[in-house]
Design a protein around this ligand. Structure first.
Ligand code: HEC
Ligand code: HEC
Ligand code: HEC
Ligand code: HEC
Ligand code: HEC
Ligand code: HEC
Length: 255
């Protein structure tokens, strides 16, 4: 084989090796398809439509950001029994009128009631309807780079959302921070702070359904499954800060 021909065969290999170096140099972030970014006011704003369209109403648009200024996650996801997945809670108009689900607060006292003139505030079908209100409130809150572009950890210290709507309960002082190390690869460990979560959530929001109650026993704990909405991805894809800022979970990662 002539020298020139040998080079032609070697070129593709060389390109692959070089590309490898370039990608490695860019850090780990390039390897996943992160969910598309949405405008700040639409992050965590979800459309609920199990039955509305079928019954001739517009779908319900529920803004997390405005509710989480006033209430912790556990008020709705523990005390009022909303599921952590859209379109899975059997909410009906009748239940709401009877003071369940949304109707626990939307009763005409705490918030607007289930009356004709208000149907469209929930059954509005438009995720942008609250943009102006968002922008006004956003200006007064501590900022971050992703999601709602609000640093919710700081915001809750200012806003002090209600921990319970029934009792004068306080969160259990469970402060344990875990260092979660990946089985594969040399990725810097994940710091999981219980306290930041326990102030907002109930133990049962995570244990035992999402995570085992014993460190390092949760199976298939990987970025792929997180990006499919499992484990940390149950909240950190669409309501809590998203996956883009690697450093917030892997503090020592090089970005
Ligand atoms: C505080 C928010 C809110 C208000 C106000 C509200 N709804 Fe709803 N409604 C919901 C939610 C949430 C669901 C569940 C959505 C789904 O799964 O499609 C729902 C579901 C429905 C459904 C479909 C399920 C069923 O029970 O048949 C109808 C019909 C409905 N609402 C009618 C109305 C009417 C009429 C009004 C005004 C009188 C109204 N709603 C006001 C939040 C609201
Ligand atoms: C005022 C009530 C309320 C509060 C407070 C609240 N949520 Fe929700 N959340 C809901 C409702 C309603 C749904 C939709 C449930 C359904 O359709 O079955 C939902 C759905 C979700 C989903 C699924 C989203 C999707 O796209 O499937 C996640 C994740 C979630 N909430 C996380 C949180 C977190 C984290 C907090 C606290 C920071 C929180 N929620 C606070 C009412 C609330
Ligand atoms: C724990 C109490 C609570 C629950 C549960 C709750 N809301 Fe609200 N909601 C409020 C309060 C308080 C406001 C502000 C009231 C006002 O301005 O009149 C509000 C306002 C809203 C608004 C107006 C937008 C805004 O931010 O001003 C919408 C839309 C809304 N809620 C939809 C819903 C839907 C849909 C559900 C059920 C899936 C629901 N809410 C459940 C307390 C609650
Ligand atoms: C919400 C928290 C969170 C964020 C944000 C996050 N990770 Fe992870 N990551 C984890 C957890 C948890 C594990 C599993 C740790 C274990 O195995 O104990 C993990 C594992 C990994 C692993 C090794 C296992 C695997 O799946 O390959 C890599 C590589 C990784 N993360 C890279 C990243 C990069 C790059 C980003 C930013 C784009 C990122 N992570 C953002 C929580 C997070
Ligand atoms: C946001 C989710 C979340 C919440 C809420 C949560 N935990 Fe955890 N917890 C985890 C994760 C993740 C692990 C590690 C699991 C693994 O590595 O397999 C863990 C592990 C543990 C462990 C084992 C620690 C060790 O060192 O082995 C205990 C004990 C625990 N949690 C108690 C609690 C208690 C008590 C509460 C409520 C006060 C609570 N957790 C709330 C996510 C959570
Ligand atoms: C049940 C919902 C839920 C799950 C599951 C969850 N988180 Fe969170 N996490 C939150 C909420 C809500 C916050 C408050 C900040 C926000 O909303 O952006 C938070 C805050 C944090 C913070 C504090 C950020 C800071 O800058 O101080 C870290 C770190 C974090 N989460 C990592 C993780 C990791 C790692 C996992 C998986 C092992 C995980 N979380 C699982 C809901 C959740």
């Amino acid at each position: 084989m002539g020298k020139a021909i040998r080079l032609i065969f070697l070129m593709p290999l060389l390109v692959v090796v070089l590309l490898g170096f370039v990608l490695a140099g860019k850090g780990y972030g390039q390897f996943w398809n992160l969910p598309p970014r949405v405008p700040p006011h639409e992050f965590g704003t979800i459309t609920i439509d199990r039955n509305s369209s079928a019954k001739g109403e517009k779908p319900v648009v529920f803004p997390h950001w405005s509710h989480r200024l006033k209430y912790t996650c556990r008020v709705c996801h523990f005390e009022l029994e909303f599921e952590f997945k859209r379109n899975t809670t059997p909410i009906t108009e009748q239940d709401n009128r009877n003071g369940l689900y949304c109707g626990k607060c939307h009763d005409g006292t705490t918030a607007f009631a289930h009356r004709r003139e208000h149907c469209g505030k929930c059954h509005g079908g438009d995720k942008s309807a609250l943009k102006k209100k968002f922008d006004r409130i956003w200006r007064k809150l501590p900022h971050s780079e992703y999601g709602n572009r609000i640093d919710w950890n700081k915001a809750i210290r200012i806003n002090n959302p209600r921990y319970s709507i029934f009792l004068h309960e306080k969160p259990i002082k469970f402060m344990k921070t875990l260092n979660l190390r990946a089985e594969l690869g040399r990725i810097p460990p994940v710091k999981f702070p219980h306290w930041e979560h326990v102030q907002l959530l109930d133990c049962s929001s995570c244990h035992p359904e999402i995570f085992n109650l014993k460190k390092k026993t949760t199976k298939h704990f990987s970025m792929d499954s997180i990006l499919q909405g499992k484990f940390c991805g149950a909240c950190h894809l669409n309501v809590a800060f998203p996956i883009d800022p690697c450093k917030r979970c892997h503090p020592e990662i090089r970005e």
